[in-house]
Ligand binder design. Structure first.
Ligand code: GLN
Length: 249
């Protein structure tokens, strides 16, 4: 049993060591005896719908986003078809922005998006920077918190009825005023939270692995528990930092 992963534009979108998310997913799969194969997909490479079980895209500054946006936007149909077929996605910050309809930077240049997430993003005058804490409920009854670090000028507006990743307990989130952060479509999640995100939020890593296996084998396996003492301690530190900013919503 091997999970097949497409890592999109790894040489462009890796700000804040976002590739650490891939390291966590790989380790947590292999510690359970599950194979984990990563294929880098960059400008001009073919991305075949459904061939991978998980797509991953990290964050980047406006310059890097501009270098890959047209290539990524042209993959919109393939990405939407993949997600409709149950492929899991983790998109972080700049990658999250470019999986919406568009990202307009401070220079007013509008970068096309892949149109997966029902949102659009316009860079504002204020950079939203700091530790952030979310309350999430990805599946009924699975309430959990996500802690990470956000740094974006982008103000992301979700469409009415769109599903956020979580409610902001501390920090800015998508736009600094709605009280929501991130987005979810099926097994695809997008977020502003760097860190990297997954080492301090192991439950989300396991949720993504389970969705990827569900795509691979048609059913969600029970993933046995791992000794997550260090990861939980890192979560607490990150969550406390966010709370010390004062709850905003
Ligand atoms: N360039 C985008 C913004 O500033 C995303 C930045 C990032 O990926 N950290 O909003």
């Amino acid at each position: 049993m091997t999970i097949r992963v497409a890592h999109l534009y790894p040489e462009y979108l890796n700000i804040y060591a976002d590739r650490g998310n891939i390291a966590v997913l790989s380790s947590r799969a292999r510690w359970r005896g599950i194979g984990f194969e990563v294929e880098p997909i960059s400008v001009g490479d073919e991305l075949r719908p459904g061939e991978h079980d998980l797509l991953y895209i990290g964050g980047g500054q406006d310059r890097e986003q501009a270098l890959i946006a047209p290539d990524l936007a042209a993959r919109g149909d393939a990405i939407r078809e993949s997600v409709a077929g149950g492929v899991a996605v983790l998109a972080v910050c700049g990658g999250y922005q470019l999986l919406g309809r568009f990202y307009r930077g401070r220079d007013g240049v509008e970068l096309p998006g892949a149109g997966l997430f029902p949102h659009e993003t316009v860079a504002g005058a204020r950079r939203m920077i700091g530790d952030c804490l979310l309350a999430c409920e990805l599946d009924l009854g699975t309430r959990a918190t996500l802690a990470g670090f956000e740094n974006h000028a982008g103000v992301t507006r979700l469409d009415d009825g769109a599903e956020p990743l979580g409610r902001v307990a501390a920090g800015f989130g998508n736009d600094g005023e709605s009280g929501f952060e991130g987005a979810r479509v099926g097994s695809a999640v997008g977020t502003y939270l760097h860190g990297p995100l997954l080492p301090r939020n192991p439950w989300l890593a396991d949720w993504l692995l389970a969705r990827a296996l569900e795509h691979r084998d048609g059913e969600a396996p029970e993933l046995g528990p791992l000794p997550d003492g260090l990861e939980q301690a890192a979560h607490v530190v990150s969550a406390e930092r966010a709370k010390s900013r004062g709850g905003r919503f």
